[in-house]
Write a protein that binds this ligand. Structure first.
Ligand SMILES: [Zn+2]
Length: 461
């Protein structure tokens, strides 16, 4: 007698953990309970001709603002809007950057952002606290946050405050290493960027189209090499966010070859777009930090996905409206960085990567789900299709073609950097813990149904 199930996904090609096989997937109480064999349930979904993949895990989003003070950056999506875009785009778990506000401790910021997510998120979530002040209190909070289920910390080598207190940040990285906490690092050198900004301004060349010169590859390479050195010094597991250049990737690859726990994240825009975009009249809409790079850099990142030196592709979803991005008062040094990606990341990566034969379906699954689950302590509850794992699943239609229209998508940005692109491969159904939360682009999941993703501390394999 077959076990009682709530749902069966029939005849799909299941890809997970190196397996690719046509199997039925049985779900009970929000968990995958059976793979293959005889089964019955009240609800069945036919996945013939489609893939069944682990839900996307996007470990880098901005769905809470870094502050309330005037002038602080207020991106335009919150947990409800952002996770609606995520569900439509096949992402079933998001990792948010949690900024403490002025004078606030990490734990207070985390509590506020967890309550916000708990009330509003449609899919599951976790938080990375941002370490702004590595004083004694800040360092103690790293262990406190890990004990409360948040074993990661974000630091910005790109802030001028970093160079004023390298000692403190290194002590923080040592504390993170002791606590099994992953350190996320933004690698761009603030002094180089400041110098380049001054030179552009003096030369009267500080319009938006000179944005790449304001944050050159050299700034990224030097900061990345420092991060590799700090990783070697402290032993902290180091995760380089939104890496954009071949030079920075080579620095990480060399560290990995020495056995250091360095992991690389890249971001969709660095795979799909190049710096030539800034020559377009509305080029400012492509501004992210670091800037778009050359085609040689793009090729290096695709190669990195294939050879495993790029661990994850994450959105860095940090949207603004087109009006905000194209504000004519902004200069190369003051452009608003970031854009909406939660709804487009998986389809565009599939279309440009899998459909073109550049990467395999297995690599797609690894960089969009499994590796993030392993690094951030979610595995094997998430990031895989196996009995006992959460039923966070995508039924993926590799043949569906849609033209991207950001204005019709869920983000409040109202535009997409891929507007007008014909994209092949979209999620047909997104399932979160056994519940269908999106079909086509129609999101049915209720705000507040998302749960905190349970995490364990990082252990080196
Ligand atoms: Zn970010």
């Amino acid at each position: 007698m077959a076990q009682a199930l709530d749902m069966i996904i029939r005849n799909g090609t299941v890809v997970s953990g190196g397996m690719e096989s046509t199997l039925d997937v049985g779900i009970a109480a929000g968990v995958i309970s059976q793979l293959g064999g005889s089964m019955e349930a009240g609800r069945e979904i036919d996945a013939t001709g489609r893939y069944v993949l682990p839900g996307g895990i996007d470990a880098h989003v901005h769905l809470t603002a870094p502050g309330t003070e005037p002038g602080s950056w207020q991106w335009v999506d919150d947990f409800e809007v952002g996770t609606r875009a995520a569900a439509a785009g096949g992402i079933t778990c998001v990792g948010n950057m949690s900024f403490p506000r002025k004078g606030e401790q990490i734990m207070a910021g985390l509590e506020r952002d967890m309550a916000d997510a708990g009330a509003n998120a449609i899919v599951d979530y976790f938080q990375h606290p941002v370490l702004l002040d590595p004083g004694d209190d800040g360092i103690e909070q790293i262990e406190a946050a890990a004990a409360a289920g948040h074993p990661s910390i974000k630091i910005f080598l790109s802030f001028r405050r970093f160079d004023r207190n390298v000692d403190g940040y290194l002590q923080a990285m040592s504390a993170a290493a002791d606590a099994g906490v992953v350190v996320l690092v933004h690698c761009e050198d603030p002094a180089i960027m400041h110098c380049c900004g001054l030179e552009l301004a003096e030369a009267g060349r500080d319009e938006a189209r000179h944005f790449p010169e304001s944050r050159p590859v050299e700034a990224e390479r030097i900061a990345t090499e420092r991060a590799v050195g700090y990783c070697a010094t402290t032993g902290a597991t180091t995760y380089v966010v939104h890496l954009s250049s071949a030079a920075a990737l080579d620095a990480c690859r060399a560290g990995r070859a020495r056995g250091l726990p360095i992991f690389v994240e890249t971001r969709p825009i660095y795979l799909h777009l190049n710096a030539g975009r800034f020559e377009e009249p509305d080029g400012a809409k492509y501004a992210g930090a670091p800037p778009l790079r050359s085609d040689a850099d793009r090729d290096a990142l695709w190669a990195g996905i294939n050879d495993g030196s790029v661990a994850t592709v994450c959105t860095d979803h940090a949207p603004w409206t087109l009006e905000q991005k194209l504000d004519p008062t902004l200069t190369a040094s003051t452009l608003r960085h970031g854009m909406a990606e939660l709804e487009t990341m998986l389809p565009v990566l599939w279309s440009e990567g899998v459909a073109t034969g550049r990467i395999s379906v297995a690599r797609f699954v690894d960089v969009t789900s499994t590796q993030a689950a392993k690094l951030f302590g979610l595995y094997p509850r998430k990031g895989t299709i196996a009995p006992g794992s959460d039923a966070d699943l995508l039924i993926w239609d590799p043949g569906e073609v849609r033209v991207v229209d950001g204005a019709a998508m869920h983000s409040n940005a109202g535009y997409s950097p891929y507007d007008g692109w014909e994209i092949t491969g979209w999620p047909a159904v997104t399932i979160s813990r056994g519940e269908v939360v999106s079909e086509g682009a129609d999101v049915t999941g209720r705000p507040g149904r998302g749960r905190p993703a349970e995490r364990s501390r990082f252990r080196r394999p």
